[in-house]
Design a protein around this ligand. Structure first.
Ligand SMILES: NC(=O)c1ccc[n+]([C@@H]2O[C@H](COP(=O)([O-])OP(=O)(O)OC[C@H]3O[C@@H](n4cnc5c(N)ncnc54)[C@H](OP(=O)(O)O)[C@@H]3O)[C@@H](O)[C@H]2O)c1
Length: 338
């Protein structure tokens, strides 16, 4: 089979396409013919640098993929040949509270990922794809959508009428916008682009703020919410945005700490506002299979289709990565396999 792997040549890391032995399912495993893969910001973090705990090169990258079951090993009971499935991000996180050992089996990091024509996974590491979604759409779900789901619902307890702030219009934020809107929330969106903000409005955003023309966007959120703040912040920015997110959240609200778009450093801010406002801060790392299944039920009930910015053929995987890196996208970037 063909697969893309992260290779390292004289200290330079890059993607390389090569022929690999086709995997064969053993007892309890399912062989999936991968039909689509989606990219996440994490994928080029892993491409650029050897992260602690990740497999060294050659690593097949990408946590997110969907495809068709083409063979099953002995004892497989959850799936049959022909079923449409997607892999879960943490192979062994089925339900309940997180355990540190789940980091040892994260697709596209500590385990090989989905950017290959075929993959084998234990049957417990797959979910059924909702009937209304294409393979391209289903491939966007395992990381970004499950993360937004866990942040808003499993941990956030989002209720109709609550307010949600999403930062930017990348994968996680766009899913958070769609899910929160469908749940009856008021969603505030920031972006560097007025054009993207106009698209967010068509998806149902209540109000939008351009964080380039309004670098003090927290004050805009404060003004727009009549000095109340928002109930939930989908914090994908990290140290560069957290201080303003703390200013933008309402008393008793929640900050879902998700991303590192501004890096891994410590935030340059007092944490006192968290206490003064009785704010809850939840560290979020994707979610369990149970989160994924609950998400799928919700997507089906509301007939939600993920927002796909661009689809690249398998042969152009490096160009797809560069498109994501450019941050020109709105929503998700997908790689399609024949
Ligand atoms: N903890 C987890 O489980 C988890 C899961 C998924 C992702 N993440 C993390 O969450 C972050 C987002 O991931 P993603 O895959 O959704 O990324 P993505 O699709 O690449 O998002 C990129 C977008 O983020 C926005 N952005 C960049 N810098 C910003 C800033 N300073 N303030 C506000 N928005 C900014 C931009 O939106 P505009 O162009 O509209 O300005 C940009 O287009 C990443 O750090 C990723 O590692 C964490």
């Amino acid at each position: 089979m063909n697969a893309w792997t992260i290779q390292e040549t004289e200290g330079h890391r890059h993607l390389q396409r090569s022929a690999q032995p086709s995997p064969v399912p053993t007892t309890g495993e399912v062989l999936v013919r991968v039909r689509a893969v989606s990219l996440n910001y994490r994928d080029f973090i892993n491409l650029d640098k050897q992260r602690p705990g990740n497999l060294p090169p050659p690593l097949i990258p990408c946590s997110d993929g969907a495809g068709e079951v083409v063979a099953v090993g002995d004892g497989v009971a959850r799936f049959r040949i022909g079923d449409r499935v997607a892999g879960i991000f943490f192979r062994d996180w089925i339900a309940g509270r997180f355990d540190l050992r789940y980091h040892q089996a994260a697709l596209g990091g500590s385990l090989h990922g989905m950017l290959a024509e075929f993959t084998t996974l234990p049957e417990h590491a797959l979910v059924s794809v909702p009937a209304h979604l294409s393979y391209e759409e289903a491939a966007t779900l395992p990381c970004a959508a499950v993360t937004a789901w866990q942040a808003l619902f499993t941990r956030g307890g989002l209720v109709p009428g609550a307010s949600v702030l999403v930062l930017g219009t990348g994968g996680v934020s766009t899913f958070a916008l769609q899910l929160a809107k469908a749940a009856g929330a008021h969603v505030f969106v920031t972006s560097s682009s007025d054009e993207k903000l106009a698209r967010a409005t068509t998806l149902g955003a209540t109000a939008t703020v351009n964080y380039i023309t309004h670098p003090e966007w927290d004050q805009e959120i404060w003004r727009l919410t009549e000095k109340r703040g928002v109930d939930h912040v989908i914090e994908v920015g990290g140290p560069g945005t957290l201080p303003r997110s703390m200013n933008a959240v309402a008393a008793g609200g929640q900050i879902a700490l998700i991303g590192v778009l501004t890096g891994f450093a410590a935030p340059d801010a007092s944490l006192f506002p968290l206490m003064a406002r009785n704010i809850r801060m939840d560290g979020i790392y994707v979610g369990s299979r149970a989160d994924f299944e609950a998400l799928n039920t919700f997507l089906s009930a509301h007939q939600i289709h993920p927002i796909i910015d661009a689809v690249f053929p398998f042969s152009e995987a490096p160009a797809a990565c560069e498109h994501l890196r450019s941050a020109a996208h709105f929503g998700k970037v997908v790689i399609s396999l024949p």
